[in-house]
Design a binder for this molecule. Structure first.
Ligand SMILES: NC(=O)c1ccc[n+]([C@@H]2O[C@H](COP(=O)([O-])OP(=O)(O)OC[C@H]3O[C@@H](n4cnc5c(N)ncnc54)[C@H](O)[C@@H]3O)[C@@H](O)[C@H]2O)c1
Length: 249
């Protein structure tokens, strides 16, 4: 299916080289948006961008660690060169470092908070001035149902994703006057490299908690991001949309 509602929009997708981020970038491109893929490794960011460019939109790949202030400043400087503006920001980059709290190392705590939560602060702070000047913006942060319900062995991840939810609501209030909307999506169990590490038993247990009785696909999340990134969602801000087959109600 193709849509035209994002024509003349420029979107940054962090962690866009693979998984949910890649699917979001493809979906926004299908809507007509030009795409900036930001990811850790230059080759993979550029490879995904060139596959998206082959569909007829402009797309570039930029290497950056979104948890590092200097990288983020450079990345935004490069991103703005594509079209001189950024209309849509999807803060998607994220990692897990699971362990029970009693065994959790400082490094596991810090890495997850920095990549999942601090990055949203850093990238948004750097980009927001461009959106404020344009008096237009769509920011979609990728949280998780784990940030709403918690999980054994994921204290760091749950805290980072719950943090994204508080950050989303605060930024929604702070920038509403400039017609910038800020929402979050809380995906449930989505099949990607991140979840491929789980054992079949854990996956079956998880599935039993999903009323729609199937695991999610990256495209399930991507379509919700496209809607929140469009003009049709102009009266929606500060919301957390769960895309989880009904797991959390
Ligand atoms: N897969 C799920 O079930 C699920 C559920 C809820 C939320 N999420 C969230 O969705 C997002 C995407 O998850 P995914 O499953 O596609 O994961 P993934 O591991 O497949 O992809 C994550 C991408 O982010 C990039 N990345 C990681 N750290 C980065 C950094 N510091 N700077 C720049 N890029 C970085 C990786 O290189 C990778 O391309 C994450 O925020 C994750 O927490 C995933």
């Amino acid at each position: 299916m193709s849509y035209a509602e994002l024509k003349n929009r420029t979107a940054v997708v962090t962690g866009g080289a693979r998984g949910i981020g890649r699917s979001i970038a493809e979906e926004l491109a299908r809507g007509g948006a030009d795409i900036i893929i930001v990811d850790l490794v230059e080759d993979s960011a550029k490879a995904t961008a060139s596959e998206i460019a082959a569909t007829g939109v402009k797309a570039v790949g930029i290497a950056a660690n979104v948890a590092k202030t200097e990288d983020v400043k450079r990345m935004v400087g490069e991103a703005i060169k594509l079209n001189g503006k950024i209309d849509i920001l999807v803060n998607n980059a994220g990692i897990t470092r699971d362990s029970l709290l009693i065994r959790m190392k400082d490094e596991d705590w810090n890495a997850v908070i920095e990549v999942n939560l601090k990055s949203v602060f850093l990238v948004t702070r750097e980009l927001i001035t461009h959106m404020m000047k344009a008096r237009y913006g769509r920011i979609v942060n990728i949280a998780s149902v784990i940030g709403l319900m918690g999980n054994v062995g994921q204290a760091n991840y749950a805290a980072s994703k719950a943090g994204i939810i508080g950050l989303t609501k605060s930024l929604a209030k702070e920038f509403a006057g400039r017609k910038i909307t800020v929402n979050a999506i809380a995906p449930g169990y989505i099949q990607t490299d991140m979840t491929a590490k789980l054992t079949p038993e854990v996956i079956e247990k998880m599935k039993a908690l999903i009323p729609l009785n199937r695991l999610g696909e990256p495209s399930d999340v991507a379509r919700a991001v496209r809607f929140l990134s469009s003009d049709e969602a102009s009266y929606i801000t500060g919301q957390i949309l769960t895309v989880d087959g009904g797991m959390v109600m």
